[in-house]
Design a protein around this ligand. Sequence first.
Ligand code: DP6
Length: 330
Amino acid sequence: MPVTTKRAKTAIAEPNIAFIKYWGNRNHTLRIPSNGSLSMNLEGLETRTSVTFDPALPADRLTLNGQPVADSALVRVSAMLERVRGQAGTTHFASVSSTNNFPMGAGIASSASAMAALALAASAAAGLELPEKDLSILARTGSGSASRSVPGGFVEWQAGSSHEDSFAFSIAPPEHWDLVDLVAVVHAEHKATGSTAGHVLAESSPLQSARVADAHRRIEICRRAILERDFPTFAGIVELDNNMMHAVMMTSTPPLVYWKPATLAVMESVGRWRDEGAEVCYTIDAGPNVHVICTSKHRQELAGLLRAMPGVRQVLEATPGGPTRLVPDP
Ligand code: DP6
């Protein structure tokens, strides 16, 4: 049903942390990834986005955390709105208002929750009722990792080979495994090279083809470890996958080195805590902050140890989260 009247729709989406990473695209425009990936949504961190299509607007408008925005973020939002307009058969511009409850550019993929919330709020405001698969596909076009924030819990994004078959689905609900993500924030500034540019650079690393060729094997091992709640296997494959992605980043032209000294200090401590018997491992996205993944019985102790480390400015805590959902308008 095409949009005929003004109505606001509000959606909430959570970011996600990838255990098997997305790095590099087969098609950059559509964000068809070079390899599949696996992740967990992060309950406790969220983006809340409201969208209204309004016949009186001369252009799309965006407000981020209460501030009007007219830069590349608006261009990216408008590209998503344009897709929704095409699907819904409307030409009306939209007003978009979005807030995050976590710091942007802190190595927590804010684009994932942002684009997942926008895809749902915009499509609903335009009168579309998209099934989860189509919503994941739509979110993917805005940010690859956003496809994984659409379904709940533990999620797999099958790479696919076309626009229609590259989407994410849940492999287990949030309550399946009591994992905790302790995000050790060591540096909260915006990163110099964002993931969108990084995906293009991946091809310039001679290691990327080997990383992609082996991805199916890593996904199989990680999926099984999640389904069987096998922490030692999970830890091994998550850290291997992380280290392979960062090896690709570091051997791209130009090289991308996201780590800071405090990043490495946290990685070393995690290895030591694991040797001492804790169920804990690390993974790092396109930034310096370390996602320290543990089971809930170690949460309190490890969060305390992390907070006491020099160089760790803040520790955010998240548990497995739910799907992107509509909420009543404020
Ligand atoms: C390192 O999804 O942020 O976090 O599609 O350009 O928005 P765009 O990239 P994005 O890339 C995420 C990269 C990563 C790994 C991951 O989340 O899988």
